[in-house]
Design a protein around this ligand. Structure first.
Ligand SMILES: NC(=O)C1=CN([C@@H]2O[C@H](COP(=O)(O)OP(=O)(O)OC[C@H]3O[C@@H](n4cnc5c(N)ncnc54)[C@H](O)[C@@H]3O)[C@@H](O)[C@H]2O)C=CC1
Ligand SMILES: CC(=O)C(=O)O
Ligand SMILES: [Mg+2]
Length: 567
């Protein structure tokens, strides 16, 4: 969209001023005010978008805490999309932590108490019968490219919240990925909650019953997915923060039917592979030379392990079996090894179960092997945390690791910040500045022994999923293939500042995330065309230009009243 884009709009008066897509507030021109019957609805002065941004930023600064800023911005999003996205784009590094992790975790945990206005589509289990009507009510006549859904069972690291997250993830798609917000739909699949606090809370706004499991859950989710397939066959369906028992299962079930993407599995896997590729560029080693510990074998742990494994098979030309042997997964019962038994090992982890014979004499009285023991024995080169266990990487763990490898690669990825497995400042200090670090939420730089600042890269799936999604949507791909994800990952890794100097951050700064994700999108769409998966008839060489045309920018267009126009 450009400044001269003209829109034929059918809304008048309050209907126009309360529509976040079309509302310009005091930026409506005098001609528009007359044409849309809003002269008397607005104070006299016509403001520019710059002036509106300055005012909004000043107002934001009067909100003293991150959660108050988050509420202010949430309200602004429901009033005026152009202003909201412009304001945040101008202060990206400052405001992403407000609308995303870590602050969004608190906003979601307090969703029912902060609730002012609904956003997106709420599909609640008791209304299953009328799901199609509700879906159509919200979507009819809309051209939707992206659907972000969540059943909110495993929100960030804060567990079951009943409702939340999909709106924040959708906003990131627009901010960083350039997706037109009018083409995105965020969906809450409310199947109850097992969070006892929410079940007791008189203000809870969701369906206040225990989570539906089994056949009823599958039927409900399937009904939703089939509606997506029926009405928006070319859309991308993004799954976010589903519980570990459903995340991988649903992806497997639907990935061949529709372009589906599980962010916690695939997005996290991709961004972590990019961070590790950057780190081994510093250590001048290959993926197959690494010994990986993945601490927390849930959705993110599985996705990271598989993506690293697949990356290794492709880059280093070794067998999947050999690549699998480089991984040591640790969960609540310690190392995932055969004697834990089927009850404690999900089937999707089977490739990575260590044989008990390796651990004779190391296990404790319960037969469990702790993180520290694994670190001592295998001398890992890479330690990844996605456990939600705050402080799980103790000083001893980090220091023992640092004895066994010259530049320990330590990625404590749990969100929000308070759940990080180790504060990167501590990991830096305990290793004398040798650790190569990245975290899931933003952290301040650490000090290297030479006095230089070491920028802690934010290894968060938001650095890549908007680009992966945009690439899939742009190319109208029928599926999000593994090769498309690898192509995006390699492009991200190629943009790592650490390639220029080993003391630089492992991944690009979030302030650069829009251009980084644009590059990712181009790589993904090119790959979709190469694989014959794209639903467009252009050539790879045209992708960049097509992508530029498709990027949504928050700019006010010029409105012309037309009773048959958009509404
Ligand atoms: N940086 C990023 O981009 C991302 C970060 N994450 C973070 O990773 C964490 C996990 O997320 P999911 O995998 O979606 O959750 P999940 O619930 O699927 O997995 C967590 C796993 O950690 C295990 N765990 C819990 N306590 C543990 C302990 N003391 N020791 C070892 N394992 C333990 C659980 O049993 C579970 O298997 C969350 O904090 C989430 O915010 C998730 C996705 C992306
Ligand atoms: C970043 C993200 O997806 C998570 O923490 O769950
Ligand atoms: Mg997530």
């Amino acid at each position: 969209m450009s400044a001269t884009t003209k829109f034929r709009v059918a809304l008048r008066g309050n209907a126009l001023l309360t529509h976040p897509r079309f509302n310009k507030g005091t930026a409506f021109t005098t001609t528009e005010r007359a044409a849309f019957g809003i002269i008397g609805h607005l104070p006299y002065k016509v403001n520019t978008l710059d002036e509106q941004c300055d005012r909004a930023y000043q107002q934001l600064q009067t909100r003293e805490t991150p959660i108050l800023k988050n509420s202010f911005l949430t309200s602004m999003k429901s009033q005026n999309w152009v202003l909201y996205y412009t304001l945040i784009s101008r202060h990206l590094r400052e405001l992403i932590p407000i609308i995303y992790t870590p602050t969004e975790a608190d906003a979601i945990a307090n969703y029912s108490h902060l609730f002012r206005r609904s956003e997106g589509l709420y599909l609640s289990f008791p209304n299953e019968e009328t799901m199609e009507e509700e879906f159509l009510e919200q979507t009819e006549g809309r051209d939707i490219d992206l659907i972000v859904c969540s059943d909110a069972e495993a929100i960030l690291g804060i567990g079951d919240q009943g409702v939340g997250i999909s709106t924040a993830k959708a906003a990131i798609y627009t901010l960083i990925g350039g997706i037109d917000p009018s083409k995105a739909l965020s969906v809450t699949l409310d199947v109850g909650t097992n969070n006892e606090d929410l079940l007791k809370d008189p203000l809870y706004v969701g369906w206040q019953e225990k989570r539906v499991r089994g056949e009823g859950y599958d039927r409900f989710v399937d009904k939703f997915v089939q509606l997506v397939r029926k009405y928006y066959p070319h859309s991308l369906l993004h799954f976010e923060d589903f519980g570990v028992t459903n995340a991988e299962r649903l992806l497997e079930l639907y990935k061949d039917q529709h372009a589906c993407f599980n962010d916690d599995i695939q997005g996290t896997g991709a961004v972590t592979l990019a961070a590790v590729m950057a780190a081994i560029g510093v250590t001048k080693t290959q993926l197959k030379d690494q010994r990986f510990i993945v601490y927390g074998a849930g959705s993110a742990g599985l996705g990271i392990t598989r993506q690293l494994r697949d990356g290794m098979v492709t880059a280093d030309n070794i067998s999947a079996e050999e690549a699998n042997s480089k991984f040591y997964l640790i969960d609540k019962h310690g190392l995932i090894k055969s004697s834990l038994g089927e009850a404690n090992i999900r089937a999707d982890l089977n490739d990575f179960v260590r044989p008990d014979s390796e651990w004779e004499g190391v296990a404790d009285a319960n037969g469990e092997v702790s993180l520290l023991e694994v670190v001592k024995k295998i001398k890992p080169t890479v330690l990844i945390g996605c456990s939600t266990h705050a402080g799980g990487f103790t000083k001893e763990v980090v220091q023992v690791m640092a004895k066994g490898t010259e530049r320990p690669i330590i990625l404590p990825l749990s969100n929000p910040s308070r759940l990080v497995e180790v504060d990167p400042k501590d990991a830096n200090d305990w290793t004398g500045g040798k650790a190569l670090l990245a975290t899931g939420s933003p952290f301040p730089p650490a000090k290297m022994p030479n006095g230089k600042e070491y920028i802690i890269a934010e290894c968060n799936n938001a650095l890549i999923y908007p680009g992966l999604g945009f690439g899939a949507m742009l190319s109208k791909s029928r599926t999000m293939s593994d090769k498309m994800i690898i192509a995006g990952t390699k492009r991200l890794a190629s943009l790592s500042p650490a390639l220029e100097h080993p003391d630089n951050a492992l991944l690009p700064d979030f302030a650069d995330s829009p251009s980084v994700n644009f590059e990712v999108a181009v790589a993904v769409a090119e790959q979709a065309i190469e694989e014959g998966l794209a639903g467009v008839d252009w050539k790879k060489e045209e992708v960049r230009e097509k992508a530029k045309e498709k990027v949504w920018e928050p700019i006010y267009g010029e409105y012309i009243y037309d009773k048959d126009g958009e509404a």
